[in-house]
Design a protein around this ligand. Structure first.
Ligand SMILES: *Cc1c(COP(=O)(O)O)cnc(C)c1O
Length: 452
């Protein structure tokens, strides 16, 4: 069997990121100031982000050069491999041709270093000394800890208490790369102390951890804050994934009929799909692009498209997006990276324009898919991309019925080596499904601010 692993040489690696906004008739609606409801400007963001990233956030340039220093770090693991999933195809007895782009080869084991590295680079270039961030299970925190170290920056991470207690190894990874990690809520910030005074045993939440990391960045001039998903510049940094995949598929002469990615905040999905969407908008392919989300956290398929806060506490600008309500606390599904109440403004906008489709899948079906994948292709996927896998397997089964030789490209955005406790639960037959009832969404919507 040839063309199992389709690689690019280092010199074939793309040297620009793609900014999809340049090709849209209408950009996504702007973020609004939470007090005045007026569009926010660069000055509102300057205390938190370096000017280079603020510029990228609002850029309408089609291509942005990747700095040489960033390319040098990318070369530690990029170009990443594209696999033809021949063993999975055989196991499913499907005539479909399945490809997956694998980002688990990065030092942190996911796609997140693709944006952590440029974020650290631009901060260091503007004289910033320290980055703060939040992390849930630790995927983003470990990516930023690695990237900060590459550019001599200090890194301080607030990790949600519940995962700090249950998942110590991601914390150890962050510490190995030199980061300082605190359980959140902590007594180091006003926000943390307030929560602890009300509930000394608080398990924390991503929303609380964001508040702590933002507060710490605002308190010090040489410290800035870093976000691992959702924002336009984050999705743009991830487009290196799709640009590589386009070149790799060209090498084997294939074009996807269907592209599938999991969506938490939309960054790995946008990273793979936006370059293919560019080609579709230019009439060069007919690819159908599908987002897959957990049934327990269905922001695109069940959320409302309206302005809402990005965090739980209501400190961030108001963002127009598909939301389940900013104070929605998702059930404890194992795909921690997909437990976010909203969706990136850009992915939400594309969905409203009818350029994407979306479906929601229960976690037991996702872990079924993960086992099939691990036992055929070998790689043990992170719980998040198993959502894309489950949808891929549904589609491959349809092709088995119809005989269609559909070409499917799926985003395998990380490995699951730190998620084996989830697999243990699954193998013991103890994994449960959660639905997100409409009544709960309606109730959370009552607390979403009314704009305009
Ligand atoms: C963080 C994470 C996600 C969710 O974030 P997106 O921005 O939607 O990509 C998905 N998969 C993995 C492996 C992650 O680390």
């Amino acid at each position: 069997m040839t063309d199992t692993k389709i690689t690019l040489t280092e010199s074939e690696m793309p040297t620009t990121w793609y900014n999809l906004i340049a090709d849209l008739a209408e950009p996504p609606p702007p973020p609004l100031h939470p007090g005045t409801h007026e569009p926010i400007g660069p000055d509102d963001l300057a205390p938190l982000f370096p000017m280079a990233l603020i510029g990228q956030e609002v850029s309408t340039e089609r291509y942005i050069d990747i700095p040489g220093e960033v390319l040098d770090v990318y070369r530690l693991w990029r170009p990443s491999p594209l696999y033809r999933a021949r063993r999975l195809e055989a196991a499913l007895e499907t005539p479909a041709r399945i490809y997956y782009k694998y980002e688990g080869v990065s030092p942190a084991g996911s796609h997140k270093p693709n944006t952590a590295v440029p974020q650290a680079y631009y901060n260091a270039a503007e004289g910033v000394r320290k980055l703060t961030t939040e992390t849930g299970a630790g995927q983003w925190g470990s990516a930023l800890a690695f990237a900060a170290g590459q550019f001599g920056l200090d890194c301080e991470v607030w990790q949600v208490r519940a995962s700090w207690d249950q998942k110590p190894y991601r914390r150890v990874m962050m510490e190995v790369w030199g980061a300082e990690v605190h359980p959140s809520p902590s007594d180091l910030t006003e926000a943390g102390r307030k929560i602890l005074s009300e509930d000394p045993d608080s398990p924390g939440s991503l929303g609380i951890a964001i508040s702590e990391a933002v507060e710490a960045a605002l308190a010090d001039e040489s410290t800035k804050y870093s976000l691992g998903s959702v924002l336009n510049h984050v999705l743009m940094h991830q487009t290196i994934i799709g640009e590589e995949a386009l070149l790799q598929l060209a090498k084997v002469g294939d074009t996807p009929d269907l592209l599938i990615g999991c969506t938490g905040g939309g960054s790995n999905f946008g990273g793979l799909s936006f370059p293919f969407l560019r080609e579709r908008l230019a009439g060069k392919n007919d690819v159908i692009i599908r987002c897959v989300e957990p049934a327990a956290c269905p922001s695109l398929t069940k959320g409302e498209y309206r302005y809402d806060f990005g965090d739980t506490i209501g400190m961030t600008p108001l963002i127009k997006m598909h939301t389940l309500g900013h104070d929605f606390v998702p059930d404890p599904i194992h795909a921690g990276g997909l437990r976010y109440h909203g969706m990136s403004s850009l992915v939400s906008h594309l969905y409203e324009m009818g350029l994407l489709e979306a479906e929601a899948i229960d976690q037991t079906e996702c872990f079924d898919a993960a086992i099939t994948f691990a036992r055929s292709e070998g790689i043990i996927p992170a719980p998040e991309p198993t959502h894309a896998l489950a949808s891929t397997i549904r589609e491959a089964a349809r092709c088995r019925e119809t005989g269609e030789e559909k070409v499917i490209l799926t985003a395998m955005c990380g490995h699951g080596h730190f998620d084996l406790a989830s697999y243990e639960t699954y193998l013991a037959g103890e994994l449960v499904d959660y639905d997100h009832p409409d009544a709960k969404i309606a109730e959370a919507m009552e607390r979403v601010p009314v704009v305009g």
